[in-house]
Design a protein around this ligand. Sequence first.
Ligand code: F6R
Length: 236
Amino acid sequence: MPPRILIAQDETDHGRITCDAFLDFIHQSSMRCSVVLPTGNTPLPFYAELRAHQGKIDFSFLQLDEYMGCAPHSETLFSKWIAREVLDPLHITDRFTFNSAADPSEEVARIRAHMSSFPTIDLVVLGIGQNGHIGLLEPGTDFNCAASLVEMAESTWDANCAYWGQDIPRSAVTLGFQELRKARQTFMLALGVSKAEALYRAFYGDVTPECPASYLQTMNNVTIIADRGALSLFPI
Ligand code: F6R
């Protein structure tokens, strides 16, 4: 099934379109949905829109990725970031988050065990790195991997250091393809021409671990929500 493509005129429009698609999906279900959400710049307009729906939505949050080795209260933690941007303002209390300060192999085992209790994940929302990464699954990662301890690619680490204005750990835990494949619906969010090549490779290139996002070609129910810059190489 080819992906559905929603085209945004600008960042604000991207936030609005993503928020509408998200709410449509959540409201279609009579049960509380399980939802994986990304951090980063791309989803910021979406989260800004979503915050306006405080008190009107509920879902179970599943963390996508996290730095390993940070102090529990570090402001750079992805879990803190997503709490500030979305979960606290929306009063979402059902959260499965990763423990950055735990022993990495024990934490990976805990995440795998928890995620294996989900036959499906209702909605997985992803951003994309310029190198085609999703979550922190970097190029070269086996398509069969489950949640794992990973080393960030140099370019990913640089982008994260630039975001925080300081050094951050090089290692992280991320959900793997085994978990992401459980999605009943996947949203791929992309903004800006800097993502055009990665987005093109993801949907028109070979399905290869060299472009982790290309696994989406093997999935049903994928919605790409992007602006014209990110879609500039698409034949549309
Ligand atoms: C972060 C994550 C990453 C980002 C990607 C794009 O939780 O999963 O894969 O989605 O690096 O980041 P931005 O949106 O900052 O360009």
